[in-house]
Design a protein around this ligand. Sequence first.
Ligand SMILES: Cc1cc2nc3c(=O)[nH]c(=O)nc-3n(C[C@H](O)[C@H](O)[C@H](O)COP(=O)(O)OP(=O)(O)OC[C@H]3O[C@@H](n4cnc5c(N)ncnc54)[C@H](O)[C@@H]3O)c2cc1C
Length: 407
Amino acid sequence: MRVAVVGGGLLGSVAALFAAARGWDVELFDARESLLEGASSANEGKIHLGPIFALGDSATQEVMLRGALSFDSLLEEAMAAEVDWSAISSPAFEYVVMPTSLLDASELAERYSSMNARFEWLSGELGRRYLGSEVDFLVDPEPRADPSTGFPMFATAERAVDPIALCALLSARIASEPRIAVRLSHRVVALEPGNSGVEVSWRDAGGIADAGRYDFAVNCAWESQLALAPASGSGGRNFRVKTAIRLPAAAGRRTVTLAQGPYGDVVSHRDYTYASWYPDARLTNEFGSAPSAEAFQLLDRALVRGGDDESAGWRAALADRQIAALQHLGLLPGDVDGADLIGGIIVGHGPRDIDRLESQLHNRAEFGAHVAGRLVTPRNFKLTTAPLAAARAVEAIDMALAGTVLA
Ligand SMILES: Cc1cc2nc3c(=O)[nH]c(=O)nc-3n(C[C@H](O)[C@H](O)[C@H](O)COP(=O)(O)OP(=O)(O)OC[C@H]3O[C@@H](n4cnc5c(N)ncnc54)[C@H](O)[C@@H]3O)c2cc1C
């Protein structure tokens, strides 16, 4: 049994490990020079319990809870090792309500109370284990005055996992797994599913084209997923290039999300602080089957691929604007050095950005595995739900195999 996994982000890496654990031979393709260098390492690592989706539907909160409450155990299963979650996760988030929030503090309090009630109800099935400890509630629905901004603030149980630390653990585990052959600098250009296998075509770093036939393929190519498997999604996707900054860690930094709209976060990881201010951080907002060439160029420029002096100045200005906005709110101190710009592509739904109440980006309920012949395309839109989506994708192969045996 040979399985091709396309895309070595968190989703593909965990899917590859689950597939290898079943005794299958896995080839893990990634277009980059190393694994886990895409969205999975460029994000703030918030393991969503739901509050940021207060403007979304209840199905989104349920999907996030299912992902969040299984995140630690599924990753430990994939890594066949316990993880010290307290060492790699942030303090709990405080949600500070901005004066121009799309919902005011009293409306948010009502929605947070409903979220707590839904959590109580679902915890009977899903348990309460979250990043190595137990949670009793999601959000304290009584707002307080935030000490830095003076705005209303809600305490939550939500935390972030340091994606750099997590990706390092996962990379080491993959390197030690003899059933996974990693094919780096291999860009998959076509996936042709059939009833007995999938033809996978790729180009290597030198541009040489080749192809192979696999019993199954799992398409975890994130921003390229829909282009490789158009039948797996209808109506296109929203693609946003979003940057952020990493700062050296400092005592006393807070872990805050600015609710509810196009604002930002400050996340205090043990080894660094992640900070972003959305009005400057978000570089593109597009809708289609794949990001445009311009979007990829902007991301490359933000990540200094082929940068010149002009690009360096642009990067520094982009970082400075984000820092200044957060300083203005009192969430970062006046003297901040050593900022490093990072960025990635966020895939979501609908053409409208999150500053609109009707934006479909407030919803991430679409979840599961699309199966066409022997090609499995996970539907997953968050780091939070990636391990669960990887488990579902490999279960879809189990089911297809069981169907073959029964037939
Ligand atoms: C700035 C930012 C902040 C975010 N914040 C959060 C958050 O706080 N919480 C949360 O839950 N989620 C968050 N997300 C979303 C989260 O990061 C993603 O849902 C998740 O990381 C996607 O994982 P992935 O493995 O599918 O994609 P990736 O990690 O991007 O991996 C996809 C891989 O596929 C490879 N690839 C692509 N095309 C091809 C091809 N044709 N051939 C071969 N390889 C290919 C890429 O090189 C890449 O390595 C954020 C995303 C961003 C960008």
